[in-house]
Design a binder for this molecule. Structure first.
Ligand SMILES: [Zn+2]
Length: 101
């Protein structure tokens, strides 16, 4: 009797937010607003990479001793290249480890 149509309920919840709480990474999907990441070395002209300065270079490697990618360091292409070269130079003279842990 009750000839009811299946009413179209559009239940597509757009914001199915995955709660990936890996607070390790620098980017957070909550912050959709494009926060312009400026290159550390471009913004600070006084900062000069030094392969003998391990403390400075430790900012660009993770705990395993790997070189961080650009999305983590925020460096521009030119400076990421410089960072990579400097870290490799530092590794060669055993200031930084190749691997750790
Ligand atoms: Zn730069």
């Amino acid at each position: 009797m009750a000839d009811r149509k299946p009413n179209k309920k559009s239940n597509n919840s757009k914001d199915r937010r995955k709660s990936n709480n890996s607070g390790d990474e620098d980017f957070n999907p909550k912050f959709r607003k494009v926060r312009k990441k400026v290159c550390l070395l471009c913004s600070n002209k006084d900062l000069v990479l030094d392969y003998k300065n391990a403390e400075q270079l430790k900012k660009f490697i993770n705990e395993k001793g790997k070189i961080l990618p650009r999305r983590a360091t925020g460096a521009c292409a030119k400076h990421q290249r410089d960072i990579t070269n400097t870290i490799k130079r530092a590794r060669h003279i055993a200031i930084l480890p190749y691997t750790q842990g």
